[in-house]
Design a protein around this ligand. Sequence first.
Ligand code: DAH
Length: 365
Amino acid sequence: MTIDAQALGDELLARVDAAGDLKALDEVRVEALGKKGRITAEMKTLGSLDPEARKAAGQALNAVKDRVAEAIEARKGTLELAEMNAKLAGDRVDVSLPPRPGQMGRLHPISQTLDEIVAIFGEMGFSVAEGPDIDDDFHNFTALNMPPEHPARQMHDTFYMADENGDVDMSTVLRTHTSTVQIRTMEKQKPPIKIIAPGRTYRSDSDMTHTPMFHQVEALVVDKKTHFGHLKGCLQDFCSAYFEVEDVPLRFRPSYFPFTEPSAEVDIGCNRKDGGLTIGHKGDDGDGWLEILGSGMVNPKVLTMSGVDPEEYQGFAFGMGIERIAMLKYGIPDLRTFFDADLRWLKHYGFVPLEAASLVRGLTP
Ligand code: DAH
């Protein structure tokens, strides 16, 4: 018996081309190349041939096998792409449709809080600045007056990036705070500067009050005559507007941050009566304090390193945790629940998205 490898190849290739979907293609693959397939069956007949003919037929069959395998791979790629495109076309949703009754999505409390913060500072004349989540050592530490070996670096539980060999690259970090954006803003913008920088920050820390990713908002004001009184007034106005309580008591406690001098941590007055927590002191019924942020006058060294002349300009800055102030305002007890993606939680704490936060119309919808 002689083998017509050419005819077999042509037939199998035609079958591969005709396979209309991945299932049909797999059937062709099994029939052509499988253990009980056509090519294997032909291979088994080689033993009956004389050595010369066996060699030639064997080579021809192997060539057919390779061609068919190659054609199957190519056809597979085409079919997979077609299947994915069909699925994408079928999955398309019209995002402009109104929500179905009872099915409206909710704004996450972090988004709501961010909108509120932007609305309040926007009204005060701040603009929003941004910087990268993956930043370099200079912007996260050195330019903020934390040179290599500075002990304050240890407070940050930094996530370092890996280089292309998978080794730790100490020069690239997931930013540990939004203070990086202070530097980036001063590098590209001449004072006067008046920005807030909300965004994600990262630290290798996880418990009831810490998650590896969290949000902060940074503020930076730089001008010729900026002073501590401006910082105080700005925070007073912000806290009263945000907590929707007139004259929230604020307490400035001396503190230390490498990037500010002098530095202060700021507490807001609260009342912990009857197991609840309310913001503000009413009459003499409360004397509790809660820390909400760090602040201070920008260290002249930081101005210099960012290209701003400290002889001519001075500024204030502060940074606060967004989850923290969202928890305080909305009575959310556990930080980790922000990131559980639990629909029941979102239904309970989420916000109807159709009302934008604004000082005029009200912050909380
Ligand atoms: N970057 C500080 C932190 O993450 C917060 C902070 C403190 C920011 C004081 C500031 C500041 O701008 O002046 O803990």
